[in-house]
Design a protein around this ligand. Structure first.
Ligand code: MG
Ligand code: MG
Length: 256
């Protein structure tokens, strides 16, 4: 069942979206060579709690941290650790919040210091594929239209799309129906309706699409150990247009 959101629900969901966006920007200020990923996690947890909210991932399915921090060939669900970020790394930070009975969830892949042109192109393309998918988040379209748009852009750039992990609805629960794959056939799948709120979150690999699960049952890595990027935004389907609820503007200095 897909929970359609009321105007009142959307008020609380927007607050979560704003908080995850600001939390990612706060973390981004500290992303630099030498900081450990555990230190980034602590920064995010404090920021979220200071806002009167709760970290949405902490304890979710047993996940033990506030952030999923996934470096280089790790796709998603990395545990913060004593690893010190190094110049040239790319680091995906995925953040969740719970506030006023609703959830927020967004992700951004940061460059650590100066990165290679190839890695910058991976980041730019992954983000572009997200926005291409968002354009299709319109009532009357289908879930497959979103995935098809993401996949087409990513594959045209020579990259591959992870199949095992997908976007999702969000609201009172972190993960709600429908699933939002980053691949698919245009015109297929669940029909998008007014009031749906979804997370679109392409995970794009620079090499093969295949991934494997780490021994801890969480970390997902690329099979060929080439780099992977992940960007995620929350989008409401409203008035015939996608309303993008979370934002990268704070991270990218476009808004304070
Ligand atoms: Mg996420
Ligand atoms: Mg998500």
């Amino acid at each position: 069942m897909i929970a359609l959101k009321t105007e009142e629900d959307l008020v609380a969901i927007r607050e979560n979206a704003l908080l995850v966006s600001r939390t990612l920007a706060e973390v981004g200020k500290f992303v630099a060579p030498g900081i450990t990923t555990k230190e980034l996690d602590a920064i995010a947890e404090k920021y979220i709690r200071d806002a009167g909210a709760l970290p949405g991932f902490l304890g979710y399915g047993g996940f033990p941290y506030t952030l999923c921090i996934s470096v280089n060939e790790m796709v998603v669900h990395g545990f913060p650790s004593d690893y010190k970020l190094q110049e040239g790394d790319i680091v995906s930070v995925d953040c969740g919040t719970t506030y006023r009975g609703f959830n927020g969830d967004s992700a951004y892949t940061f460059a650590v210091g100066k990165i290679s042109d190839d890695d910058q192109r991976l980041l730019d393309t992954t983000k572009a594929s997200l926005f291409k998918g968002i354009e299709k988040a319109v009532a009357g379209n289908r879930i497959g239209d979103i995935g098809h748009a993401v996949q087409s852009l990513a594959e045209a750039a020579g990259y591959s799309v992870v199949r095992e992990l997908v976007g999702h609805g969000i609201g009172k629960h972190l993960h709600e129906s429908p699933e939002v794959p980053n691949f698919g056939r245009a015109g297929h799948g669940v029909k998008l309706k007014e009031g749906m709120v979804i997370c679109i979150e392409p995970m794009i690999n620079s090499g093969v699409k295949d991934v494997y699960l780490a021994d801890n049952g969480w970390g997902v890595y690329t099979a060929d150990h080439k780099k992977s990027a992940h960007f995620e935004l929350m989008v409401a389907i409203r008035h015939g247009a996608p309303e993008i609820l979370s934002t990268f503007d704070f991270i990218e200095g476009k808004r304070n």
